[in-house]
Design a protein around this ligand. Structure first.
Ligand SMILES: Cc1cc2nc3c(=O)[nH]c(=O)nc-3n(C[C@H](O)[C@H](O)[C@H](O)COP(=O)(O)O)c2cc1C
Length: 175
């Protein structure tokens, strides 16, 4: 299968994972760029008003792939909205995809349902490694601690290895 990684990242964490994973598994990678400046305020507005933000046009590049790995943050329990445009292009047209998000603290149990609504097909797997799990078990990191966490290379590499292992377990990479 011809795999494409499509990623979006606001503060860099998911970009680090997307780039590293693309390199590791030898997949092509497209990073989504937005046409307007993103802020915390527009994150909330997008979710509340169910908006689809404008992005760089990647639709032509999607045709030659039959396996998609989407990587992006979770915002307020939802897949980051800059992926929506791409999902609209692919809706009811793809059979194989998975979603990976490196996010803060979880409670993201509805991601699979949301992806089904947006793409018209269930994801093969949703992987959601969490920042909170990187803190000592008895510590109580604040929202600020979690949201300001930035991935370094060592931890990123461990997460990438683990994501690859989980993807192989479900035969997502068909290797
Ligand atoms: C406005 C906002 C809402 C967020 N909501 C969630 C959430 O619902 N669940 C979660 O696990 N993380 C949440 N996060 C944390 C991000 O997913 C996390 O910081 C992620 O690593 C950022 O990815 P990025 O650096 O690729 O942009 C939120 C962050 C922001 C800024």
């Amino acid at each position: 299968m011809n795999t494409l990684i499509v990623s979006y990242s606001y503060t860099g964490n998911n970009e680090t994972i997307a780039k590293g994973l693309a390199h590791r598994i030898g997949a092509d990678h497209i990073a989504i760029a937005e046409q307007s400046k993103r802020s915390l305020f527009t994150i909330v507005l997008d979710i509340v008003f169910n908006r689809t933000p404008k992005i760089n046009d990647i639709s032509q590049s999607l045709n030659k792939y039959d396996n998609f790995l989407f990587i992006a943050p979770v915002w307020l329990g939802k897949v980051a909205t800059p992926l929506r445009n791409c999902f609209k292009t692919l809706k009811n047209k793809i059979d194989n995809y998975s979603f990976v998000s490196f996010s803060a603290s979880g409670n993201n149990s509805k991601l699979g349902e949301e992806l089904f609504d947006l793409i018209g097909k269930e994801p093969k797997v949703v992987l959601n490694p969490l920042i909170i799990d990187l803190f000592p078990a008895n510590s109580k990191p604040s929202h600020k601690d979690l949201n300001s966490y930035r991935l370094g290379d060592n931890i990123a590499n461990k997460i990438i290895e683990n994501v690859e292992m989980e993807l192989k377990k479900v035969n997502f990479l068909n290797v």
